[in-house]
Write a protein that binds this ligand. Structure first.
Ligand code: SF4
Length: 189
């Protein structure tokens, strides 16, 4: 059954992270916050967005963010336009840590043994996730380049929602404002 398979893989991943010597001082929720912040764009690196992504309350997440800051893995930066808004930035130490543990070696090895089937599986799991998100009205947190607001202006990426230019690398990041194109639009593409 699909659920059993996903649940088992999730458990194995949790165990692998818990037993990793470099992650001995990092709680699972702290690691999840770091992984999210490594993948999200500059509109999405706020404490509220972290809480939304993880499906937790802002209060619960804020304790973890404080702990990460105390460990030197996160720093805070005030928004240039909205002084009440704070952005969370990974430190070099955090980026080096994530580079050392991601992707989990056990998963890479197993996927390597599957050869081309691993790519097909990744595609299918992506389809599954999109189907779940479309049916449940939860934020998609999808890749910027797949968003219905994504545009090209003078050959450069541009956000049609915020009406701001986007840095090229940012189109590969996830965003809390992401929306999938309408089904009719997708069929016409
Ligand atoms: S185009 Fe969409 S995903 Fe990209 S920054 Fe704008 S709202 Fe976010």
């Amino acid at each position: 059954m699909l659920f059993d398979l996903l649940e088992r893989l999730t458990s194995l991943t949790r165990v692998w992270f818990r037993e990793h010597p470099l992650l001995a001082d990092i709680q699972p929720i702290q690691l999840s916050a770091l992984l999210y912040l490594a993948r999200c764009n500059g509109y999405s690196n706020t404490p509220l967005a972290v809480a939304e992504y993880l499906g937790l309350t802002k209060g619960t997440v804020s304790q973890s963010l404080k702990a990460l800051e105390a460990k030197g893995l996160l720093s805070k930066s005030q928004d240039a336009r909205d002084k009440r808004s704070v952005h969370l930035l990974l430190t070099d130490e955090a980026r080096n840590l994530l580079a050392s543990v991601m992707p989990p070696a056990f998963l890479e090895t197993a996927a390597g043994r599957m050869g081309g089937q691993a790519g097909e599986l990744e595609q299918l799991l992506g389809d599954l996730l999109r189907n779940v998100q479309r049916a449940t009205d939860v934020p998609s947190f999808g890749l910027c380049k797949t968003c219905r607001f994504h545009r090209q202006v003078a050959g450069e990426p541009f956000c049609g929602l915020t009406e701001e230019p986007l840095a090229r690398p940012a189109i590969e990041l996830i965003c809390r404002e992401h929306q999938f194109p309408e089904a009719s639009q997708e069929q016409g593409q």
